[in-house]
Design a protein around this ligand. Structure first.
Ligand SMILES: Nc1ncnc2c1ncn2[C@@H]1O[C@H](COP(=O)(O)OP(=O)(O)OP(=O)(O)O)[C@@H](O)[C@H]1O
Length: 270
């Protein structure tokens, strides 16, 4: 069953153009000129219940913009999105109950508050039942090894600890869908492995559907069953890792080299 459907999705950003000639800054301030940047340029895909999909592409390709539209944070310029039968930016409140979101580079937890208090605030916000909260807290503490820092404020946590806390927070209300934007960025190899095991476990045990962006080829090889490649706002590949190899390099080809070629050539080597 299709859980996520994206049709001809587009996002244009309006950005201020720098002024020209003498007094450029002043001119730009008095009469700002804008240009449009096409960040997501008419993409289509569907994701079925229970999949783990990697969403990859070079810096600036449009990955985060897509995740933000899927999460309901950004309003699309055109096109349609349905997640669990809801339109993210329109049915925002209900949509947020069904999804968890983690941005690897930015925490959604309260900076000065101990992790456990943040989790308790989320429990109240999402009205998670006591027994459910207890069960989830136990499971996440165990799988993500949260105990050493549950009582520390987020600002004191290392990056790897913070991402683990963010993951626990994103899953406390039992969402069906999890959007992860570079969850393993800057995390050491051991912690990365643990994050991958955790994501695999919640997918297998709880049937959580996962869409994640990553620049890590090990994530691509070990974690995802399907990969969608976006280049300059357009989808240039959607299929299995094996399919990616066959199309761009051959069965034994090194995935890092393939990804590098795709990013540099925009898929023209196919
Ligand atoms: N708020 C914004 N205003 C204007 N332009 C933006 C904004 N956010 C992103 N962009 C532009 O949109 C394009 C896509 O950006 P996006 O953040 O979606 O890329 P990305 O694939 O997530 O990149 P990265 O791997 O570096 O995180 C880029 O050209 C970026 O500069």
């Amino acid at each position: 069953m299709a859980l996520i459907t994206v049709k001809n999705l587009q996002k244009m950003y309006k950005i201020a153009k720098p002024g020209e000639g003498r007094f450029a800054t002043l001119k730009a301030l008095v009469r700002p000129q804008y240009e449009e940047r096409r960040a997501v340029d008419g993409i289509d895909f569907t994701i079925s219940d229970g999949e783990i999909v990697g969403y990859i592409g070079q810096n600036g390709a449009g990955k985060s913009t897509t995740i933000k539209m899927l999460s309901g944070i950004l309003v699309p310029t055109a096109g349609d999105i349905k997640v669990n039968g809801l339109i993210p930016h329109k049915d925002r409140k209900e949509h947020l109950r069904n999804i968890g979101v983690v941005f690897g580079q930015k925490t959604s937890l309260w900076w000065d508050v101990p992790v456990i208090d943040s989790l308790n605030i989320l429990k109240e916000m999402y009205q998670v039942e006591d027994s459910r909260f207890k069960k989830n807290l136990e499971m996440f503490t165990d799988l993500l090894d949260l105990s050493p820092f549950l009582n520390q404020p987020v600002r004191q946590l290392s990056l790897g600890q913070r991402v683990r806390a963010d993951l626990a927070a994103a899953l406390m209300h039992d969402p069906k869908t999890l959007f992860l934007d570079e969850p393993t960025i800057g995390v050491d190899v051991v912690a990365k492995e643990r994050l991958r095991e955790f994501i695999t476990e919640i997918n297998r045990e709880r049937g959580v559907t996962v869409l994640l962006t990553t620049h890590d080829v090990v994530d691509m090889e070990k974690l995802v069953s399907r990969v969608i490649v976006i280049h300059a706002g357009k989808i240039i590949f959607d299929g299995s890792m094996q399919g990616l190899r066959e199309r761009y390099g051959g069965e034994d080809a090194d995935i890092e080299a393939i990804v590098r070629d795709i990013y540099q050539e925009g898929g023209r080597t196919a």
